[in-house]
Design a binder for this molecule. Structure first.
Ligand code: FES
Length: 115
């Protein structure tokens, strides 16, 4: 698989992280490649909406099918530009704002030094 784009995620604290972008992968898969812990309660089934990101720049595949259905049923919860990361695939370089991150798994991060 050859990267064709650049994907940049803007994290809730404002930090930007980026990676190669692949048209066949959705934004959630790109986040996973970068070990970013986006919420995904339904495991990418377009049912929970917890993986929502806001597209700031660039173009993704249009929302269709189950994503449109979820957006329609919960239209008051979707702000302009928001997409399901588990459904949106990049068609260009993309900058996407991550709306929420899972708290760190404390088994995977260094402990604080003793006081
Ligand atoms: S992971 Fe549930 S809607 Fe994307």
């Amino acid at each position: 698989m050859t990267p064709e784009h650049r994907i940049t995620f803007v994290l809730p604290g404002g930090e930007r992280v980026d990676c190669d972008g692949y048209p066949r992968l959705n934004l959630l898969a790109h986040a996973e490649m970068m070990e970013l812990e986006l919420p995904q309660k339904c495991g990418g089934q377009a049912e929970c909406g917890t993986c929502r990101v806001r597209l700031l720049e660039g173009e993704c595949t249009p929302a269709r099918g189950d994503e449109v259905d979820l957006m329609t049923r919960h239209r008051s919860r979707f702000q302009r530009g928001e997409r399901l990361a588990c459904r949106a695939r990049p068609r260009s370089d993309v900058v996407a704002e991550v709306l929420a991150m899972l708290p760190a798994d404390l088994r995977d991060v260094p402990e604080d030094p003793p006081e």
